[in-house]
Design a protein around this ligand. Structure first.
Ligand SMILES: Nc1ncnc2c1ncn2[C@@H]1O[C@H](COP(=O)(O)OP(=O)(O)O)[C@@H](O)[C@H]1O
Ligand SMILES: [Mg+2]
Length: 223
């Protein structure tokens, strides 16, 4: 049951009238599956939306993404990683997200600041307060109206996915790492309860979707 109202709706971001929706969760919980369902739903109902993935979404940000995900960069330290994510995000916000929200569009992002909080802040041990500050400096008042957190522990999610993808530097981390990621997300839930909504990801994809769309219709400009 969703009972808390979003406190940073578009109207409170100055001229930005659109809705900003982010999806978060551990690997394999079904983020991409639900984002694709939302893409189809919005397209079929004629609602204008922009879909982004983090890190990426602009030419510069995609180049930074390659650096972050490449196995060749396994010597990258946590602070470098966090700053690269923020650099990619700063470009994405300025080039795509802010203008889209200003023109009243719905913007959907597969991972955003809470991933940095959970992965770099909690799991890589940079400190959640450091990452929280970095996120605020990078984003200013561009805060999601709603963050859909697909809530499932990494052990279960990996089973669903048939094991971690060994070609992706982040996904091939140990299960301990992913448990810390999950705990990091739970800390976000405590810090930002007004926007961060936990949805039970253990239902089948259609069941999860019914919860997702009900939430978005209640709390954003999605019709
Ligand atoms: N609710 C669900 N129940 C069962 N399997 C699912 C569900 N959602 C997604 N899947 C499957 O789990 C795998 C991971 O889903 P995906 O959407 O890629 O996760 P993510 O983007 O969070 O890593 C895919 O094979 C997908 O088909
Ligand atoms: Mg995905």
């Amino acid at each position: 049951m969703i009972c808390v109202r979003a406190c940073k709706r578009g109207a409170e971001r100055g001229n930005m009238k659109g809705s900003f929706i982010t999806f978060e969760g551990c690997e394999g919980v079904g983020k991409t599956t639900q984002v694709e369902k939302l893409r189809r739903y919005l397209m079929e109902s004629g609602q204008d939306a922009i879909f982004l993935r983090e890190p990426g979404g602009t030419v510069i940000s995609e180049k930074i993404r390659e650096m972050l995900l490449s196995k060749e960069n396994d010597k990258m330290n946590g602070k470098c990683e966090a700053l690269l994510y923020s650099a990619a995000r700063a470009q994405l916000l300025g080039e795509i997200v802010a203008p889209a929200l200003e023109s009243g569009k719905i913007v959907i992002c597969d991972r955003f600041t809470d991933s940095t909080f959970a992965y770099q802040g909690a799991a890589r041990g940079l400190g959640v307060d450091f990452i929280d500050e970095l996120n605020k400096l990078t984003c200013g008042d561009i805060v999601p109206d709603v963050t859909v957190f697909l809530d499932m522990r990494p052990e279960e999610a990996f089973k669903r996915k048939g094991g971690a993808d060994k070609n992706d530097r982040l996904e091939s981390q140990s299960i301990e790492f992913h448990r810390k990621v999950y705990d990091g997300y739970k800390e976000v839930a405590v810090r930002y309860p007004h926007r961060f909504v936990c949805i039970d990801a253990s239902k089948d994809a259609e069941g999860v979707w019914q919860d997702v769309i009900a939430l978005l219709r209640e709390r954003t400009s999605v019709k």
